[in-house]
Write a protein that binds this ligand. Structure first.
Ligand code: PEP
Ligand code: CO
Length: 461
C-alpha cells in the first residue's frame, strides 16, 4: 500500500468557517467515529486520482469529453447490485453514444460511492406545525419526518464509508468483468432505439455505430478498451470531518490525497473563498470541481483558480456551471472569456439540472427535460461562439424508470409524478430520459463539430 496516515494538511480548514455542517449533538461521539474512520483503508488510490486528473487534462485541452452522472443523493438502501448495475449501465450507454458523436474519449465519472451528504437551503423543515431538522443525506440523518430519524447521528459516517466501499467494489467488477464490453453496451442501445417511441429518430446514429463496429471487427481490431471501461467516483466534499478522516499522504509523492473518492466537488453553497471547503480542497492533490451558479462573478472565478489551481495545471480544476436555461447565455460568456484570458486551462462542465428546478402543482420538486436540454444547448452555443471547448455534462440520473422529471421522448406528465417519485432529494432523469438526452447531445455535437486545436483566445463577438 502506498498511502500513509492522515496528514496535518487535512486539518487547516478547521480554523475557518465551514458552511452547511450538521449540528452533531455529541462532539465526543463524532470524534470517536472520525478516529475510527482514520484507521480504515483508503477507498480509492492516489494513482487512480492521478489517472483521472490526466483524463480531465485532455478535457481541458479540448481532446476529451466528460460524462458525470448519478443520484442527487445516494441512499444506504440503494446500495444493491441491481441499482448500482443499472446506473452504471445507463452511464455506459450514454457514453457509447457520446464517444461516437464527439469522436473523442468520454471520461466517465459517477456521482456515486460517496454522494451521501446534502447542503440544504433551510436548517429546519416544518410540517403540520412540527419543526424538525432538514434531511442532510443518509450520512447525517434519516429522511423520515420523525425526531429520531432527523437527529444527526455520526455512526452514519461509518455506514457511508462501508456503503461507498460496497458500491466501488461493484463498479470495479462491472467495469472490468465483461459488463462494459462495447458490443454489449451497443446492443443495449439498439434495444433502446428499437423499443422507444421516438427511437426512429436515433436509428441512423445507432446504425452508424453498428457500421463502425463491424468495420473494426472486419479489420481484426479488438483493443482492450472495447472490453472494459474506467469509471471514476465523485461526490460533493461537504462533510469536512469525514473528508479529513479519509485524507492520506501518498508515499510515492508525499502529497495529501482525499481517498474518499477520485474527484471531489465543492457545491454552490460552500464555495466561499475564505471558507473551510475551499481551504480543504486546496490541500489535496485530487482533481477538484467547483459548482458555479448564476450569481458567480469573474472575480470569484479567477480567485478560485488562484486558490485551487495556482500552478495552472490542466485537469486539476473543473468548473461545473449550473446557471439555469434563462441565465446561461447572459452569465457564462464573460466567465469563460476571463478565465481563458487569464491563461487557466480548466474543464468546463454543464450541470443543466440545478438551475432548472420548479415545483409542480402536486408539490413535487421537478425539472422539465426540455429545460435541461435548453441549458445544454446554451452551453454549447456559448463555447462555440468563443471557440472554447464544451467539456462535458453533469446529470442527476438513475437507471430506474422513475417519474421525477417531466417531459422526454417517452413523456412523463406532471400528473405522473406521484407514480414513482423515489428520490431522497432532487428529481433525476430516469433511464429513458438519460438515454434520450445522450442522443440529443450527440445531435448537438454533430451540428457543432469539435475542431481539434480549437482557438484558445476568445473570438471577437
Ligand atoms: C447537487 O449537485 O446536488 C447540488 C446540491 O448542487 P449545487 O451545489 O450546484 O446546488
Ligand atoms: Co441535486
Amino acid at each position: 500500500m502506498n498511502v500513509d496516515q492522515t496528514p496535518a494538511a487535512a486539518d487547516s480548514w478547521r480554523r475557518l468557517p465551514a458552511a452547511q455542517q450538521p449540528a452533531w449533538p455529541d462532539p465526543d461521539a463524532l470524534r470517536a467515529v472520525t478516529d475510527e474512520i482514520e484507521s480504515y483503508p483508503p477507498l480509492v488510490f492516489a494513482g487512480e486520482c492521478d489517472e483521472l486528473r490526466d483524463q480531465l487534462a485532455a478535457v481541458a485541452r479540448g481532446e476529451a469529453f466528460v460524462l458525470q452522472g448519478g443520484d442527487c443523493a445516494e441512499t444506504f438502501d440503494g446500495v444493491t447490485a441491481d441499482q448500482v448495475r443499472d446506473k452504471i449501465k445507463t452511464l455506459l450507454q450514454m457514453s457509447a453514444v457520446l464517444t461516437y458523436a464527439t469522436g473523442v474519449p468520454v471520461v466517465k465519472v459517477g456521482r456515486i460511492a460517496g454522494q451521501y451528504s446534502k447542503p440544504r437551503s433551510q436548517p429546519t423543515e416544518i410540517r403540520d406545525g412540527v419543526e424538525l431538522p432538514t434531511y442532510r443525506g443518509d450520512s447525517v440523518n434519516g429522511l423520515a419526518f420523525t425526531p429520531e430519524a432527523r437527529r444527526p447521528d455520526p455512526e452514519r459516517l461509518k455506514r457511508m464509508y462501508h456503503s461507498s466501499s460496497a458500491t466501488l467494489n461493484l463498479i470495479r467488477a462491472f467495469a472490468t468483468g465483461g459488463y462494459a464490453d462495447l458490443r454489449q453496451v451497443h446492443e443495449w442501445n439498439r434495444d433502446f432505439v428499437a423499443g422507444s417511441p421516438i427511437g426512429e429518430r436515433y436509428e441512423r446514429l445507432a446504425r452508424d455505430i453498428d457500421d463502425a463496429l463491424s468495420f473494426l471487427e472486419a479489420c481484426g481490431a479488438d483493443p482492450k478498451q472495447f472490453h472494459s471501461s474506467a469509471i471514476f467516483a465523485s461526490h460533493e466534499a461537504l462533510l469536512l470531518d469525514y473528508e479529513a478522516a479519509l485524507t492520506r499522504t501518498d508515499l510515492r509523492t508525499g502529497s495529501p490525497y482525499a481517498v474518499s473518492g477520485h474527484l471531489l466537488w465543492i457545491g454552490e453553497r460552500t464555495r466561499q473563498l475564505d471558507g473551510a471547503h475551499v481551504e480543504y480542497a486546496s490541500k489535496v492533490r485530487n482533481p477538484i470541481a467547483v459548482k458555479l451558479g448564476p450569481t458567480t462573478t469573474p472575480d470569484d472565478v479567477l480567485a478560485l483558480i488562484d486558490r485551487l489551481d495556482p500552478d495552472r495545471e490542466p485537469g486539476r480544476l473543473s468548473f461545473i456551471t449550473r446557471m439555469g436555461k434563462d441565465r446561461i447565455l447572459d452569465v457564462l460568456p464573460e466567465l469563460v472569456e476571463k478565465v481563458t484570458a487569464a491563461g487557466a486551462q480548466v474543464a468546463w462542465i454543464c450541470d443543466p439540472m440545478h438551475g432548472n428546478t420548479f415545483s409542480a402543482p402536486s408539490g413535487h420538486k421537478t425539472r422539465h427535460f426540455d429545460d435541461v436540454l435548453a441549458e445544454v444547448r446554451g452551453f454549447f452555443d456559448v463555447h462555440h461562439a468563443l471557440g472554447t471547448h464544451p467539456g462535458g455534462i453533469h446529470i442527476e440520473l438513475t437507471g430506474d424508470n422513475v417519474t421525477e422529471c417531466v417531459g422526454g421522448g417517452d413523456e412523463v406528465l406532471v400528473g405522473d409524478l406521484h407514480r414513482r417519485y423515489e428520490t431522497a432529494c432532487d428529481p433525476r432523469l430516469n433511464r429513458f430520459q438519460s438515454l434520450d438526452l445522450a442522443f440529443q447531445v450527440a445531435e448537438l455535437y454533430r451540428e457543432r463539430p469539435l475542431t481539434s486545436g480549437f482557438a484558445r483566445q476568445p473570438v471577437a463577438a
